[in-house]
Design a protein around this ligand. Structure first.
Ligand SMILES: Cc1cc2nc3c(=O)[nH]c(=O)nc-3n(C[C@H](O)[C@H](O)[C@H](O)COP(=O)(O)OP(=O)(O)OC[C@H]3O[C@@H](n4cnc5c(N)ncnc54)[C@H](O)[C@@H]3O)c2cc1C
Length: 510
């Protein structure tokens, strides 16, 4: 169905916040599964892409394979680990092929969201970045696809005497692609996925690269190709089938690996070491710089296409220091153990500032929402906050797998509301949840990246039962979420539980 452009409209059935990979994916699902709903995507940047547009550091690429990081509905035909540029091209095709562009209002930064139970509407206030003017939108349902970190202010720790450093100090998130690092000494602070991406790129042209890490990371080295996909292509199988089959194969293998990480972490580590030795040589030393203190998979494994980090190490272009920073000096960094690291450029890869719901102030019937006072329903809906869903993907599996899953769920929910004539949906703990433990959102022994653990008090809470957690487990959720009973008593439609008790937010007027 051809949809009308939304460029002058301000009232919608659904507003999607953010034109990153989540927002664009959910727009697709909404168009397919709820063809009569009017919708608009509000995006503060002047273009789509989110994460893949924000980051411009050398070598910027995915860490996941695109067979699973790509949407289930659009085949991926390139190499599995893709550059930001290739991901943006793919997203651009999804937008063009489905006429999603006419539904995006770029340059609109949302500054406030207010729910009214009297009207069953969100009022969403945005600032138009071009001229600073304020525009007010309304919608019945708000779909938060704004990601999980502050796109403008990265996490830069404060170290002593940073201002004395005479070289260039830059966070990877703010990297200017014009920066020239040829022939320079570069120190990279950090050892996660970003560090693993920039190091081999710097190593190609810099005089020397030093990775300064507080603690080691696990690396997974492999060629940047998928044998099965190549073979299927060779024998003439069509791309949609290749996409489906290769996704299934990768998801199966990841599931096996995740289980093995839990049950036999030492054996997995031995295998990861063997892969590294394939690129760095048999004598490569893993102690102390490449032996993490946590279990593989408690944080993302840093992917290393073609073992590039280790090739740089073997070629003598990279050295690794595992230590903390004592102070910056005029010419570099002095570590706690007294080592002097000379640097022309220090590239800080210390991650993000968590931003829950884009740090946008929310009110429900005039009362400010403190997300930490809410309990989340499967990491997507929140007690006391009606008609809102949040897309927070997976970290151990590709984020986008959850975009497709939640796309189906939210569209199913919206259609169910239409079927029963409801205008308001909220989730609430049930009688049987009365003695359920309420816990921090992140299960630290399951998954514990520091940008989440250091800001736990900003995140919603979780309950001990599966429906009140985001368990980071795609393999369970892929069956559990689609089989949800939408008439279950955790769902309250128009303020009334299925058992007839008047429970959720009551309408302010008749
Ligand atoms: C460098 C990097 C590499 C990554 N690699 C992978 C990977 O390989 N695999 C993986 O699974 N995950 C990866 N991730 C996690 C990644 O962020 C997600 O996979 C995914 O791209 C997030 O998409 P998103 O659309 O949910 O959010 P984002 O990409 O963060 O997009 C959110 C959008 O919302 C907009 N927005 C935010 N606030 C407002 C507001 N107030 N008003 C209007 N618009 C707003 C932003 O401008 C942005 O365009 C990576 C993250 C980073 C930072």
């Amino acid at each position: 169905m051809e949809r009308a452009s939304v460029q002058n409209q301000t009232d919608f059935d659904v507003l999607i916040v953010g034109a990153g990979i989540s927002g664009v994916g959910e727009a697709y699902h909404l168009q397919q599964q709820c063809p009569d709903k009017s919708y608009c995507i509000l995006e503060m940047k002047d273009t789509f892409g989110g994460t893949w547009e924000t980051h411009k550091y050398p070598g910027i690429r995915s860490d996941s394979d695109l067979y699973t990081f790509g949407y289930r509905f659009k085949p991926w035909t390139g190499v599995p680990i893709a550059s930001a540029e290739a991901i943006l091209t793919y997203m651009g095709e999804v937008i063009d092929e489905n006429n999603i562009g006419q539904h995006i209002r770029y340059g609109h930064r949302i500054t406030q969201c207010d729910w009214s139970s009297a009207e069953n509407k969100w009022t969403v206030t945005a600032t138009r970045t071009a001229d600073g003017s304020e525009i007010v939108f309304t919608c019945n349902f708000l779909w938060m696809c704004q990601g999980y970190y502050d796109h403008e202010n990265p996490n830069i720790p404060t170290w002593p005497n940073m201002d004395q450093f005479q070289g260039q100090l830059i966070h990877a998130q703010l990297w200017d692609p014009k920066t020239d690092y040829a022939g320079k000494k570069v120190v990279v602070i950090g050892s996660g996925a970003t560090a693993a991406t920039v190091i081999p790129e710097f190593a190609k042209e810099a005089e020397h690269v030093t990775m300064l890490q507080r603690s080691p990371t696990y690396f997974f080295c492999s060629e940047n190709r998928n044998e099965l996909a190549d073979r299927l292509r060779e024998i003439g199988i069509d791309e949609p089938t290749i996409h489906r089959v290769v996704r299934a194969q990768i998801l199966y293998d990841q599931d096996v690996l995740t289980e093995r990480c839990k049950n036999e972490p030492d054996a997995v580590f031995d295998e990861l070491k063997a892969l590294i030795r394939g690129y760095a040589g048999e004598d490569f030393e893993f102690e102390p710089h490449f032996t993490p203190s946590y279990r593989p998979w408690q944080q993302r494994l840093a992917f290393c296409p073609d073992g590039d980090v280790f090739q740089a190490a073997a070629a003598g272009k990279l050295s690794v220091v595992t230590d903390t920073i004592d102070t910056f000096t005029e010419h570099g960094i002095r570590t706690a153990s007294g080592e002097e690291l000379e640097a022309d450029i220090v590239c800080v890869c210390t991650g993000f500032h968590l931003s829950v719901m884009g740090d946008i102030p929310f009110n429900v019937d005039g009362k400010p929402v403190d997300w930490h006072d809410t309990v989340n329903y499967r990491g997507m809906m929140f007690t006391g906050v009606p008609n809102l869903a949040w897309v927070f993907g997976y970290f151990r599996a590709s984020w986008t797998l959850r975009v497709d899953l939640l796309g189906d769920f939210v569209c199913g929910l919206l259609n169910h509301m239409d079927d029963i004539g409801a205008r308001r949906i909220e989730v609430a703990l049930r009688e049987e949840d009365g003695d359920m433990a309420i816990l921090p959102w992140i299960e630290e022994d399951n998954f514990n990246p520091s940008y989440l653990t250091r800001d736990m008090d900003k995140l919603p809470q979780r309950g001990a039962k599966p429906e009140w957690r985001h368990n980071q487990d795609y393999w369970r959720e892929k069956d559990e979420i689609p089989s949800t009973d939408l008439s279950g008593s955790e769902f309250i439609y128009d303020g009334v539980r299925r058992d007839g008790k008047n429970d959720g937010l009551k309408a302010q007027s008749a």
